[in-house]
Design a protein around this ligand. Structure first.
Ligand code: CAA
Length: 294
């Protein structure tokens, strides 16, 4: 199997920074690319904070944290990805933007490198087919926070070669992830099940079944979930959740994937959850409190 030593990560946002961190911690050289110096500095800053926290908590040695940081190179240029063996994209969940990005990256990255998308829901084949190496293309779907969540969905699309799949599985194992292979069906396994559940929680709220706090408390205490569904929606990002709903609804045309009116209105208001400071909860205080505007 091809040896992977240098990994490119496109995007240093909510997912990209975490993927870059766990990849560097596993011993790979990492090049992480963002669109601007500001966004890059934010992403690298988050990695440095998490590495420092791990040392404070005694979960990592200072020398190991320093070495992991030293393996991460930040850039705003695609050209710095040229000699990567594997490139994982974690940019905005928008097919148009992803295709535009691959058009450039596919030209620059060495021809025998593997390419992967961290898409949450878009069929992988649409991106694979836009490159000149669809057999070297696969889905590698991480979960938020990538530093903590054990699962990596490894997605084989119709063109993915056995070798590319094996590279993805091996990379996931080296990161200490549990790899689960899944078919290239919109939403894969987790979002296919998690998204309708989350949307049902929003509908339950709309119907007055319980308040925001009650619905979340009930699912935590009654079903053993680490977070209630509405807190989880904020955590994932309501913009991302909305984008996933649109893809799943377009693909399957089933009501269970349709955006409830409350979600649609929240997105119109620019309430994207934790990342924007407002979602089902207001994050401006010490502790999140249910959003009084809902
Ligand atoms: N980076 C590194 N470590 C982190 C972290 C981060 N971003 N966030 C939390 N942690 C660590 C903490 O340091 C802590 O470590 P220790 O136990 O060693 O102290 C541990 O995780 C637990 O964190 P906290 O004590 O702060 O809080 P918590 O117990 O409430 O856990 C959580 C936080 C891990 C996020 C937990 O609430 C959880 O598992 N929530 C569910 C998350 C989930 O379902 N994610 C999937 C979303 S779906 C998705 O991502 C797919 C998609 O396509 C949309």
């Amino acid at each position: 199997m091809a040896e992977i030593s240098k990994v490119g990560i496109l995007g240093a946002g909510l997912m990209g920074h975490g993927i870059a961190q766990v990849t560097a911690e596993a011993g790979y050289e990492v090049v992480v690319r963002e669109v601007s110096d500001d966004k890059l500095a934010q992403g690298i800053g988050k990695i440095e904070k998490q590495l420092a926290r791990a040392v404070e908590k005694g979960k990592a040695e200072q020398a190991d944290a320093d070495a992991a940081r030293g393996r991460i190179q930040g850039t705003v240029h695609y050209r710095d990805l040229a000699d990567c063996d594997l490139v994982v994209e974690a940019i905005t969940e928008d097919l148009g933007l992803k295709l535009e990005m691959w058009r450039e990256v596919d030209q620059i990255v060495k021809p025998d490198a593997y390419l992967a998308t961290n898409t949450s829901s878009l069929p992988v084949i649409d991106q694979a087919a836009s490159t000149g190496r669809p057999e070297r293309f696969l889905g590698l779907h991480f979960f938020n926070p990538a530093q903590v969540m054990k699962l990596l969905e490894v997605v084989r699309c119709v063109t993915t070669s056995d070798e590319a799949l094996a590279v993805g599985v091996d990379y996931g194992k080296k990161l200490g992830k549990l790899t689960v292979q899944t078919k290239d069906k919109a939403g894969f396994i987790v979002n296919r099940l998690l998204v309708p559940y989350t949307l049902d929680a929003i509908r339950a709220y709309e119907e007055g079944v319980g308040s925001i706090a009650e619905i979340d408390a009930a699912m935590k205490a009654g079903a053993g979930h680490p977070m209630g569904p509405l807190a989880l929606a904020d955590f994932v990002g309501l913009d991302t959740l909305g984008a996933i709903c649109d893809v799943l609804f377009d693909e399957f045309r089933e009501r269970r994937f349709a955006k409830p009116p409350t979600l649609r209105k929240m997105l119109a208001a620019g309430w994207y959850g934790r990342k924007s400071g407002t979602g089902f909860y207001d994050y401006s205080g010490e502790e999140p409190t249910p959003n009084p505007g809902l």
